[in-house]
Design a protein around this ligand. Structure first.
Ligand SMILES: [Zn+2]
Length: 142
């Protein structure tokens, strides 16, 4: 099995559903990062079979709020001096930009290329978002 050394300082994004790791990698623009990033796909998880993981070295101030929309099972640990200094609980953000995409063909964000898709949370329990442009509702669980 592939062994990836634990990091001394940084962020570990864990319990990502298999296949979502690469999406999160691009969503956080880690492909453009000038720091060390490890994307681990299909790692063995004791609890849930397979999972993806992302380890980011020497960065602690990344904006991770959009991850709550992608995958509610994700856990995030901030690592300092090889110890977990903080566990971040993901909550659904009130507003997201460029994460969800509206698929209403009559929506202005679908027809105009240079409009950023924007959504607002309308129901936290039901994980329901609405498109800011056309008010179409989306459940982010699926
Ligand atoms: Zn829309």
């Amino acid at each position: 099995m592939l062994n990836i050394n634990s990091i001394t300082n940084g962020i570990v994004i864990d319990h990502i559903s298999p296949g979502n790791g690469i999406k999160i990698y691009y969503m956080l623009e880690l492909d453009k990062a000038d720091y060390t990033v490890a994307l681990i796909m299909n790692a063995q998880s004791k609890k849930h079979g397979c999972k993806d993981m992302i380890k980011i070295e020497n960065v602690l101030d990344l904006d991770l709020t959009a991850l709550g929309v992608m995958d509610s099972n994700i856990t995030i640990n901030l690592i300092k001096d090889e110890r977990i200094s903080e566990k971040i609980n993901l909550e659904l953000p009130h507003h997201v930009e460029g994460v969800l995409e509206c698929n209403n063909p009559r929506c202005v964000s679908t027809s105009e290329r240079n409009i950023v898709h924007r959504f607002s949370l309308v129901d936290k329990e039901k994980r329901l978002y609405k498109c800011d442009y056309c008010d179409h509702l989306y459940n982010v669980e699926d």
